[in-house]
Design a protein around this ligand. Structure first.
Ligand SMILES: *Cc1c(COP(=O)(O)O)cnc(C)c1O
Length: 826
């Protein structure tokens, strides 16, 4: 603590005053709302009390920040307003993050000491805000954190799902989904703004006609839904900025269908209300897979329409005109889920503000930018034209006109007569609305999320667009909220960094690189090793509590934690573990360091194969962990309900980060970055951001195996035959055959036939068998390196240091500079 004099008080004295003030606020909340006292309050009550007090502090700070925002646009806008729209924000818990950002952690710790309570006990009372599936939603949350820490004027828009991502329970190896009713504990962070709602129109009878040389239309008998905003404050570390995440909740417009009710049809009245309120009832639990359900489209349009109306109204209120809209406004769409922003903004500009098509189009393309998140064919969004036309008739008509003009321009100016290309690029085709094409056509910039992924966009998925407008395509590699994933989750490592390189890295991510200078310092190496071991012990306790398994803190901790998906290849990891198991069964006396394999993964509820992969890992674990001899050297742990709060406990204890997707399929990955910054060494393919991790740490500090992305493409073109690899490699054949005999009484012959002779598609479509041999060899190299403790600790230090470039702050710098053309306001 700095001994700084402020007025007559020292910093410590000010903190005393602040602490007393905070406690008085807490006590008054406990008395007035909870009807209890500080001395008697339960942990749950203290959590709600603290959250309410902190929320109030953020509200005060937000008022201050609003003054700065107003001042900024009075100065004729040196910067733009950023609106970040995404169907998912996977925030996790907030109290710990806000206390850290406000610098109040110690203060609250002291207050709780009076009750013999720890902060952890209070944090454990907060449910995760699980309003997202995985990487995409977590990225949006990390970006809001960085935008705020760095002083940008930014608003996030999403939906207020009453139920977030399901909670996972495992029963006899099988995933069960339990509803995530997060609002009872989570609502303390939501500030309802019923006064600021917007109407969103669905369905209706739509007729176009011409009058005075202009197209006009009638739209009658629409279903109107009210979108009510629930605002959450976003804080940033020691930042003057407090931003907002605005979550829309759907409500029937009149609250109730009185006409039906009065005429005695109660059921119909209740149904209408229910159907509106169903829209934001639950998050779709599918990650990287397209659902195509009517309700999902309704969710998308509700979010898009309410957000766009809100943005345009606010900008008009500030400037009194929309003529400079695109100069003052950034609208960023995270993936194609909000791509209806393109026609919706056109509708607002033309229908509500009287702009011509050409003027409106210039504004739309001047404002919107789009991040692509996947090249997987099964994840690219396409909506049935008929569905869009009936649910959103005016929007559909605008999409048709975008499509008509686009095709005309391509045919006259860009690819004359090349209808193969033109149809492939168009928003409409084969009775579908192609959302990625719509997003590209309506955006001034399109970016991928790692260098490799952005190259694939240019060379493959969006190649024809790239030929047309190359200047629109760019890359912004993903990043993580490193204060959450390092400073808050791994305080011991953060303290070691403070001692070695000073604490400035907590604000300037580049400074973290200074830690690399200590890579050969024996005492720092020893510290890093000690901290890792303590974190492993702590995780071991959690595993004991949750799974009843004893893990050895001196075993090697190998972690693969991410959504369960074929392309991520948890199956490849499992096959290798089976092979280790068979090796030990053949010779239990082998002298080796014990190995602990830890998995965390949710499967989409309807993704049966993924659920079978989970079952395989759990059953394999059961068999291995219950074998008194084998379990001395091998353990397999499946951590239930992988989520942000579980990840925060897992990352600091990870030693080997498994990032083994089939090259070309993982757009970036961010789990790889979280593990790296906690000192884990990557075992990975050259996919997504792994490529850049390798560039950052150098070949000697990472373990890379398997086909490269272009080799995958070539091998698939030339005809991949999985069975050849099965027949040629004895270890692999034994592992695959073992699937049939099964584990802990459960056969996995379905997975064996998936790998060798499926009834559909090609065998082993993600090429686990082809990469198996190299995976095993390189894994052995990694494990040999681990036994040279000085070498391993030095690798660990380099990984921590070079994770600097994967700070979300760096990603936001890139977006601001290359795409949004704006800067911070404080
Ligand atoms: C970071 C994170 C992810 C993304 O992990 P990847 O390995 O990049 O797929 C998914 N889920 C949670 C809870 C996360 O925190």
């Amino acid at each position: 603590m700095k001994k700084q004099k402020i007025g007559d008080l020292t910093a410590n004295e000010i903190r005393d005053v602040d602490r007393k003030e905070l406690k008085v606020k807490l006590e008054s909340y406990l008395a007035n709302v909870m009807h209890t006292t500080f001395e008697r309050a339960t942990a749950e009550e203290l959590y709600k009390g603290l959250a309410t007090v902190v929320n109030g502090q953020l509200a005060d700070q937000r008022m201050e920040f609003n003054r700065k925002r107003i001042h900024n646009h009075r100065r004729k806008d040196t910067s733009k307003k950023i609106y970040y729209i995404c169907m998912e924000f996977l925030l996790g818990q907030s109290l710990k993050n806000h206390l850290y950002n406000l610098g109040e952690t110690e203060m609250v710790e002291e207050i709780l000491q009076e009750r013999d309570m720890t902060l952890e006990q209070i944090y454990d009372c907060e449910p995760d805000a699980g309003l997202g599936n995985g990487g995409l939603g977590r990225l949006a949350a990390c970006f809001m954190d960085a935008l705020t820490a760095d002083g940008y004027d930014a608003t996030g828009y999403s939906l207020c799902y009453e139920y977030g991502l399901f909670k996972q329970m495992i029963a006899d190896g099988w995933q069960m989904e339990v509803p995530d009713n997060w609002l009872p504990g989570g609502r303390v962070w939501l500030n309802a703004r019923e006064d600021d709602s917007f109407k969103v129109k669905f369905y209706g009878d739509y007729h176009e006609y011409w009058e005075d040389g202009r197209m006009k239309y009638n739209l009658e008998h629409v279903q109107e839904v009210e979108a009510i905003p629930y605002d959450m404050f976003i804080s940033g570390a020691d930042s003057k900025a407090v931003n907002k995440l605005r979550l829309w909740l759907a409500k029937d417009w009149d609250g109730f269908d009185m006409a039906s009710f009065n005429s005695g049809d109660f059921t119909k009245a209740a149904q209408r209300t229910n159907s509106a309120e169903m829209i934001t009832k639950v998050l779709y639990p599918a990650d990287n897979i397209e659902e195509g359900k009517e309700l999902r489209l309704k969710q998308q349009y509700l979010m898009v329409s309410a957000s766009c109306q809100n943005i345009v109204r606010d900008q008009y209120a500030i400037y009194g005109t929309l003529d400079n809209f695109e100069k003052n406004t950034v609208i960023h769409i995270n993936d194609t889920h909000p791509a209806l922003c393109v026609p919706e903004l056109m509708r607002i500009f033309m229908d509500d503000y009287g702009y011509s098509w050409d003027d409106a189009w210039k504004k739309v393309v001047g404002t919107i930018s789009y991040t692509n998140h996947t090249v997987l064919a099964e994840a690219l969004e396409k909506w049935n034209e008929g569905l869009v036309q009936s649910m959103l008739p005016r929007i559909y008509s605008i999409i048709q006109e975008i499509d008509r003009r686009f095709k005309e321009e391509m045919n006259t100016r860009v690819f004359p007569g090349d209808w193969g290309k033109i149809n492939y690029m168009a928003p409409l085709g084969e009775q579908k609305v192609h959302m990625a094409n719509l997003a590209v056509i309506g955006s001034h910039h399109i970016n991928g999320v790692s260098a490799l992924h952005s190259d694939i966009l240019k060379e493959d998925l969006f190649h024809d667009f790239y030929l047309w407008v190359p200047e629109r395509f760019t890359n912004v590699t993903n990043g993580i909220a490193y204060r959450r994933w390092l400073c808050q989750s791994n305080p011991a490592l953060a303290s070691l960094l403070d001692e070695t390189i000073g604490s400035s890295y907590r604000h300037k991510y580049e400074k973290l690189r200074d830690f690399a200078e200590f890579k050969d310092d024996a005492s720092v190496q020893a510290e890093v090793e000690k901290i890792k071991r303590e974190n492993k012990v702590r995780l071991g306790k959690l595993i004991k509590e949750r799974n009843g398994i004893d893990v050895d803190p001196d075993s090697l901790f190998v972690v693969q934690a991410k959504r369960m998906h074929e392309y991520k290849r948890q199956l490849l990891n499992a096959l290798r573990i089976i092979s280790r198991y068979q090796m030990l069964r053949n010779d239990p006396t082998i002298d080796m360091r014990p190995e602990t394999y830890i998995f965390g993964a949710k499967a989409a509820p309807s993704y049966y194969l993924a659920k079978h992969f989970i079952q395989l890992i759990v059953k394999l674990g059961q068999e291995i962990n219950n074998d008194p001899v084998i379990s001395q050297k091998l353990k397999v742990v499946f951590l239930e309900n992988y989520s942000v709060s579980v990840a925060e406990k897992l990352m600091p204890a990870t030693e080997v980060s498994e990032q083994i997707s089939l090259a070309g399929k993982e757009a970036s990955g961010t789990g790889n970055m979280k593990m790296m910054i906690n000192g884990a060494v990557t075992m990975g393919t050259l996919d997504g951001a792994n490529v850049e991790i390798r560039e950052a740490v150098g070949d000697e500090n990472i373990f890379i195996f398997g086909q490269k992305a272009h080799e995958v493409e070539q091998n698939l073109r030339e005809g991949y035959r999985a069975r050849d690899y099965y027949e040629q490699n004895d270890l692999l054949r034994d592992a695959v055959d073992a699937l049939e005999y099964g584990f802990a009484g459960e056969s996995f012959s379905n997975i064996k036939s998936y790998l060798l002779d499926p009834s559909y598609s090609i065998a082993d479509p993600y090429m686990c068998l082809k990469d198996f041999d190299d995976y095993c060899k390189v894994h052995q190299e990694l494990q040999d390196a681990y036994e040279d403790r000085a070498r391993w600790n030095s690798m660990s230090i380099v990984n921590i240091a070079e994770a600097a470039r994967f700070a979300a702050d760096r990603s936001i710098d890139d977006y601001a500079k290359w795409i949004w053309h704006t800067k911070p306001i404080v």
